[in-house]
Design a protein around this ligand. Structure first.
Ligand code: UDP
Ligand code: MG
Length: 321
């Protein structure tokens, strides 16, 4: 490990990626060596339960630039990313997925663009997702459409967590109070000069996705609630529509009473009760999501715990940010 700060850090969150690591190293190492700059690779083992730790330990002996941070338990992709970004020491930090869906050769292009145009952020943008399943493509399309509507047009389309950040932008991220922000929204929001590099999204090199539907839903809920209070306003609008409907119904029921035919009406009664009940539950649930965020913020627990970091082994304090 060089004593001087490296020019480039590459942060790779990994959760049960034993099958992918040898393939990743075989492509990433030559791609980074070719750049000809000092670099470090920060592999963040997100509490894997397979042989990821053992495979990484093996690689650690052969690759001096590799550093392994192990989290005590599975904390999720964004938290693992946070652990790596905040501990990386490079002047430029690139985050990349472990599964080779983001081609490592693009890192050089990102670095060159950042230096040439003096940019703080370079997004890797997927030009082509034909290798993803139709389900993944359509849900991802919906996600980016929603995010651009809620968080603004500065959120690039089809840019995941493959990006380059300058030291300055990482320091800006550290200033934020959130323990593990949704980076694909927070980074554009910082407003640093940014550029894009297009790439072809490849198939996962080995293993299976670590983003099941439940984690995708969680990321979407976190993304929406961390960037928009529009869902809360939904309750106000629904309430307004409800009041207007009730006013109409009031006039109608008084008129029906006067006209003397008040017995029928079971269906309308049931519809009104069921519909209003559903609206109330929906709004309560939305409110609950925000209350949960406040609750987590007040608790102030770190999003992850670092169990060990290879240069200064056996760290046992909570995560330092
Ligand atoms: N990942 C992680 N912790 C998790 C889930 C995923 O560190 O709890 C990592 C995973 O190892 C991979 C990256 O996040 O490097 C993206 O996951 P994946 O490729 O499975 O997602 P997909 O490409 O299917 O959206
Ligand atoms: Mg992937």
């Amino acid at each position: 490990m060089p004593d001087v700060e490296p020019t480039l850090s590459v942060v790779i969150p990994m959760y049960n990626e034993e099958a992918v690591i040898p393939l990743l190293v075989a492509r990433l190492r030559p791609a980074l060596d070719r750049i000809g700059e000092d670099y470090e690779v920060v592999a963040v083992d997100d509490g894997s339960s397979d042989a990821t730790a053992a495979v990484l330990a093996g690689q650690l002996r052969q690759w001096p630039q590799l550093r392994v941070i192990r989290l005590r338990r599975n904390s999720g992709h964004q938290s693992a990313l946070t652990a790596g970004l905040y501990r990386a020491r490079g002047s430029y930090v690139v985050s990349i997925d472990a599964d080779l869906q983001d081609p490592p050769e693009v890192i050089e292009e990102m670095l060159n663009l950042a230096r040439r145009d003096n940019l703080d952020i370079v997004y890797g943008v997927r030009n082509d997702r034909s290798t993803d399943s139709p389900f993944k493509r359509s849900t991802a399309g919906l996600y980016y459409w929603l995010m651009r509507r809620l968080a603004g047009k500065s959120v690039p389309r089809q840019a995941g967590d493959f990006r380059l950040l300058s030291r300055v932008s990482i320091e800006a991220l550290r200033e934020l109070p959130e323990p593990a922000p949704v980076y694909r929204l927070v980074v554009p929001w910082l407003g640093f000069p940014s550029g894009e590099v297009g790439f072809f999204r490849e198939k996962r090199a080995a293993g299976s996705t670590k983003y099941p539907l439940s984690k995708m839903v969680r990321l979407t809920v976190d993304s929406v609630t961390s960037f928009s209070s529009a869902p809360l306003r939904l309750a106000t609008w629904l309430g307004l529509v409800g009041v207007l409907t009730c006013l109409g119904l009031l006039v109608y029921s008084v008129a029906a009473q006067v006209a003397g035919h008040t017995v029928p009406g079971w269906t309308s009664m049931i519809v009104a009760v069921v519909f209003l009940g559903a609206c109330q539950l929906l709004c309560l649930g939305l409110l609950g999501e925000y209350v949960a965020r406040i609750y987590q913020a007040v608790q102030g627990r770190p999003a992850y715990f670092v169990a060990s970091d290879s240069p200064d082994k056996k760290l046992s304090q909570p995560a330092q940010r």
